[in-house]
Design a binder for this molecule. Structure first.
Ligand SMILES: Nc1ncnc2c1ncn2[C@@H]1O[C@H](COP(=O)(O)OP(=O)(O)OP(=O)(O)O)[C@@H](O)[C@H]1O
Ligand SMILES: [Mg+2]
Length: 257
């Protein structure tokens, strides 16, 4: 099965360009089965503010107290996931919304409970269930929530969740759709990045905030042998006539994915 894992940033959901959906259709016609994972940053921030709950980030990861986790679940599952599923259906795609923690779809472990709270990373993915859903000709749309060993829910950075699913499902390609064209340096798109170059941009603080977990995940996925890993913008065309616009990652210096 030729799988394309699409991570959709919460920041882009309300600003998706029409070409996003036509590109999806082109990719489906190209034989790709689609799997979505989405974030929900702006929606979560909005709700936290309304509820007067403070929230902070550490290197792009949201510190998640139990109180913040309640809001994260409420917003991701009740609002953001619903909106994406309904947008896809309006455009003719058969999408099904799933909570990552349902039916052990995503299992995880705490990263640093003391420092980050209820934040996790994925330890296992229920590939059988995802494959069954794909075989029903449905497009799974997952929230980045995982079940811990003790049965609690973990907030997982959506980029990291996407990377783990791409690896587990042996995706042919993985794209991170966000609100910028790709990795920018002095306002210009870096269209190709090796592992070393990307790490240097993080060290030099050219890559900051939410771009850190995205780039780190992209690098981890590339190191896993998945050849086509890209960061693209959902605000403008990113795939037309077989050509991609964005940042493409490569494991080897000088070798274009
Ligand atoms: N070098 C860089 N190039 C491009 N964007 C960068 C860079 N460094 C930091 N950023 C920031 O990273 C942001 C994208 O990450 P962010 O986490 O905000 O969005 P997302 O992952 O698409 O959404 P969500 O976190 O809701 O899933 C950009 O909007 C930009 O502000
Ligand atoms: Mg992000």
């Amino acid at each position: 099965m030729k799988i394309l894992l699409i991570k959709l940033g919460g920041s882009i959901l309300n600003h998706l360009h029409e070409s996003f959906f036509s590109s999806l259709r082109d990719l489906q016609n190209d034989g790709y089965r689609l799997i979505f994972v989405h974030g929900g940053g702006p929606d979560i921030d909005w709700m936290l503010e309304k509820m007067e709950i403070a929230s902070e980030f550490h290197r792009g990861l949201r510190k998640t107290t139990p109180e913040v986790l309640n809001v994260v679940e409420l917003v991701l599952s009740g609002k953001t996931n619903r909106r994406l599923v309904s947008m896809l259906q309006r455009h003719g795609f058969r999408a099904i919304g799933l909570h990552g923690s349902d039916a052990h779809l995503l299992e995880g472990k705490y990263i640093d409970q003391h420092g980050l709270g209820e934040v996790g990373e994925i330890t296992s993915v229920n590939c059988k269930m995802i494959t069954d859903i794909l075989q029903l000709d449905l497009i799974p749309v997952l929230t980045p929530l995982a079940l811990s060993q003790s049965g609690t829910t973990l907030n997982v950075n959506a980029d990291m969740a996407a990377g783990a699913i791409a690896k587990a499902m042996n995706a042919e390609s993985c794209i991170f759709v966000t609100d910028v064209k790709g990795v920018l340096r002095e306002n210009r798109l870096v269209d190709f990045l090796t592992i070393e170059a990307a790490e240097q941009l993080i060290t030099d603080q050219v890559i900051i905030g939410g771009m850190i977990p995205k780039v780190k995940t992209a690098l981890a996925v590339v190191q896993e042998g998945i050849g086509k890993v890209r960061i693209v913008s959902g605000k403008e065309p990113f795939f037309s006539g077989g050509r991609w616009i964005g940042t493409t990652f490569s494991g080897k210096a000088g070798v274009q994915a």
